[in-house]
Design a binder for this molecule. Sequence first.
Ligand SMILES: C[S@@+](CC[C@H](N)C(=O)[O-])C[C@H]1O[C@@H](n2cnc3c(N)ncnc32)[C@H](O)[C@@H]1O
Length: 620
Amino acid sequence: MNPPDQDLEFEKLLAFLKHARGFDFTAYKRATLQRRVQKRMALVGAPDYESYTAYLDVHPEEFQHLFNTILINVTAFFRDEEPWEFMRTDLIPKLLTMKGSDPVRVWVAGCASGEEAYTIAIVLAEVLGRDAFREQVKIYATDLDSEALTQSRQATYTRKDLEGIPAALVESYFTEVGERLEFDRELRRSVIFGRHDLIQDAPISRVDLLLCRNTLMYFNSDIQERILSRFHFALNEGGFLFLGKAETLLSHMSLFHPIDLKHRVFSKARASRLRDRSFFLNSPALETLTVSTNASSRLHEAVFEASTLAQIVVDIANRLTLANDRARALFGLSVADIGRPFQDLEISYRPVELRSSIDQALAQRRSITHKDIGLTPPGSEPIKIEVRVAPLFGELGDPVGTSISFEDVTTFSRLRDDLLNFNQELETAYEEVQSTNEELQTTNEELQSTVEELETTNEELQSTNEELETTNEELQSTNEELETINGELQRRTDELIQANFLLESILSSVPNGVVVVDPELVVLSWNIHAEDMWGLRSDEVVGMHLLNLDIGLPLDQLRAPIKACLADGTVRTVTLSATNRRGKPVSCEIHFSPLRGPSDARAGVMILMEATVTAPVAQP
Ligand SMILES: C[S@@+](CC[C@H](N)C(=O)[O-])C[C@H]1O[C@@H](n2cnc3c(N)ncnc32)[C@H](O)[C@@H]1O
């Protein structure tokens, strides 16, 4: 159960749906409806109806998802099987005999994705033969759900969808189109699909057979009643109504009566039948009124006196003429009252107004009855009586008086009240059973739709899994390739380390300063003797521009020979005066040798420096 404010929010949501999209779900059973809406809410992460309404407002695409969820389209060919066998062997032959060669109009209301409409088409075509079917039959199949109708019109189904159809019928009524099977195109022309709202739209008329299965149960009982009276109007006299297995109609027996309750087949109650019934209910029960015509007869008097039925007679001059023992006891009359004007007696107006009834009975020459009149006889418990005022006529048919009898109907009345109560309880219990039954069926359909969704999700997951497995295998093979490449790389790295180590050793073993620069004059190598000569460590200079170093060598004079060496690839030598790291003047002989890259391009220049300390120039 929802808290009351949630119920209110839910009603607001329904009003919003009606206003925004014209879908009126207010007539649907709340429990089912709320479960379906909550399903969508969970999917979009809306915590309550209010936020879901807001979500719908900004995500219009959600409307369609919601409607698809509410309008449960669960259906199948030959759904529930058994009733269809009854249709084939019993009802349809009966209907066709009734119709002769006249057109046969069928309405499938709430047809979902079309399976039911094509099922009835197959059954009719089987009984009638294809040609007669084409000539005689029109099937109108309607639903509120436009997407379901589009599917219906396509008339193509998967093999799994056709599982409920006997193989021989699949063979004769479907043809393969790619991976799907299509319903016979010729017969398909007799099936017309259209959008129709059972709650709001006028019914299709002059229908001989109306199928509305597993749809009524979604609506509350008021709307079910309204739709059923439209169905009554829609059907021709003698037409049939075929419902789903949770739908029984026992409380609408005035409109339809069961042909086969087990299979939920009903026929339209004839209008005349309704009239007869109401006539029957309203007419007074037939009764023989025995009036003594010879008041003087002692025998008659004795019988009259001893009767257990209280009775009085009023003559034509409105005087009380007779009152038997029972009547006197009931109304406290005495022998002295005999002969008094009737209007002077209390009995003339209590417990019921009799004076006007006497006039009416005499004028209309028929009995007047007053039912269920309460009376408390002197010194007794209250009772219920039925008062009958019957005119009395003489031999020539002239009115001679009125007989008024008072029948004690207390027991009967009590029994009737008990019966009424019992009937009421029975009806309530029945309605509860019916509604529980419908609720169960709708829950069942919801479950079926969830199972279908899960099956689809499962299939998607399976295919994703297969894709993942393929990707995994590809990754494994890429991994193996990478491992091979990695091994190769490792081997090369080892070789490189060794080569570097060798190069370092060679450069260190050269007794001169060795510097290697790339074509941009960035220092690539700076051996230990260069460190010793110029006072800068290898890690301070590698990566620096040679000409930007701050050492005792006039570096700008190296630019030209390096460029020339790079340009023509020949060895050059220059001698420069410099100052070593100890501040001693040296003469530095510098050799420039080009380095070749893998494609014979100049990869840089190797600079070999040999410094000789020069004697300081003697001061004059
Ligand atoms: C569970 S399906 C029943 C399908 C089919 N009759 C059967 O028994 O297999 C219920 C169908 O009722 C339709 N429906 C719901 N509300 C409707 C309405 N107001 N008017 C017409 N169809 C409606 C739904 O769209 C859905 O296709």
